[in-house]
Design a protein around this ligand. Sequence first.
Ligand SMILES: [Mg+2]
Length: 231
Amino acid sequence: MLVDIEGTTSSIAFVHEVLFPYARRALSDFVREHAGEPAVQAEIEAAAAEADLDASDLNTISTTLVAWIDADRKATPLKALQGMIWEDGYRSGAFRAHLYPDTLPALTAWHAAGLPLYIYSSGSIHAQKLFFEHSEAGDLRHLFSGYFDTTSGGKREARSYQNIARALELPPERILFLSDVPEELDAARAAGIQTIWVIREVEGRYRLDEGADSPHPVVARLTDAKLERLA
Ligand SMILES: [Mg+2]
């Protein structure tokens, strides 16, 4: 079982309504409190170099980083600092990762049935592990046999799914991928992997009836997924 996170196990809103606003709010305090740590200092220096600022002027650097967030600028030091702030927030209990109500029952049942579970998400493997360590249902990492991110390739590229099948040492047809994004499912299917389209109507992107003409079987809940072809 290869499972996507955002829109599949968990709401897309969690990232946009919880994680990103938290990082924006916590940024200047985090920079001030952790500037003495080498990993943080390195990102502060990288941001200062990119913005042509004095690396010791933490206030101006924080203001600049927040402006980058507001401008949706994909700066590497900003991304690195956001990751550290989220880790801090998870560990301090400031928030927990969202799960749809059917997610834990489905993951638990698949795990109990002896199906090895893997995650494939565009978030880093480190971020995926943090997510499931600090979920609303507690630490779920014991349910997963492994994690894949975009170091295996983009989620809309068939080659990525070939890479994952090779890493799992399984013929593609023995793998089932569940995602909320049809383009990802098309890519997996092109690689010979089985697919299920998870349509969460609450996300407002697709309606269940739109799945009728799809080559991918459609479910509204993970607990509705039919797994007979994996036996
Ligand atoms: Mg998704």
